[in-house]
Write a protein that binds this ligand. Structure first.
Ligand code: ADP
Ligand code: MG
Length: 155
């Protein structure tokens, strides 16, 4: 199953993410894959909004992970771009994945070996380099994420 969206403003991307964010549960893992500037951090702002987090969502590019505790569930926002060379084997990321919050991971392909079996992966594509069109493709792996997508976007 695949669910596709096309957006042409950051606000439209945030709105889709907020819809998903409202239905997130403890232990959910969301992977955001796509090039620099494709909209992964923008999408995370919407997820945070859906979780009731009011704090500004800042890219964790240099910190690897930022935690937000004041929403309906904790949000663990990771950007693992800098782990391309080293991997993440000794970082204990599974404690986040199995934890009481929601893990959102940008550039998850760089820690492919550390990921859980089930997750929702969202692919972001710029339609072309100059305009604001973005294609989003949601691919759930496992029953939990099928249900999440259905609850959030099913009719
Ligand atoms: P990433 O985290 O994938 O590198 P960001 O979310 O940080 O990307 O940046 C996306 C940039 O593209 C932002 O400056 C955002 O305002 C802009 N943008 C333009 N159109 C869109 C859109 N439709 N969806 C998301 N972001 C968009
Ligand atoms: Mg980013």
């Amino acid at each position: 199953m695949q669910t596709k969206f096309k957006t042409n403003t950051p606000e439209a991307t945030i709105e889709i993410a907020a819809q998903l964010g409202k239905n997130l549960q403890a232990g959910d893992v969301i992977l955001l894959d796509g090039d620099l500037g494709a909209g992964k951090t923008t999408f995370t702002k919407g997820l945070a909004q859906g979780l009731g987090i009011k704090r500004y969502i800042k890219s964790p590019t240099f910190t690897l992970i930022r935690e937000y505790q004041e929403g309906r569930l904790p949000l663990y926002h990771m950007d693992v771009y800098r782990l391309e060379e080293t991997g993440a084997s000794d970082l204990g990321l599974e404690e986040y994945f199995d934890g009481d919050g929601v893990s959102v991971i940008e550039w998850s392909q760089f820690i492919a070996d550390e990921l859980p079996a089930d997750y929702l992966v969202i692919h972001f594509n710029k339609v072309d380099q100059v305009d604001n069109d973005r294609n989003l493709v949601l691919e759930p792996r496992g029953q939990r994420y099928l249900a999440l997508v259905q609850t959030s976007f099913g009719d």
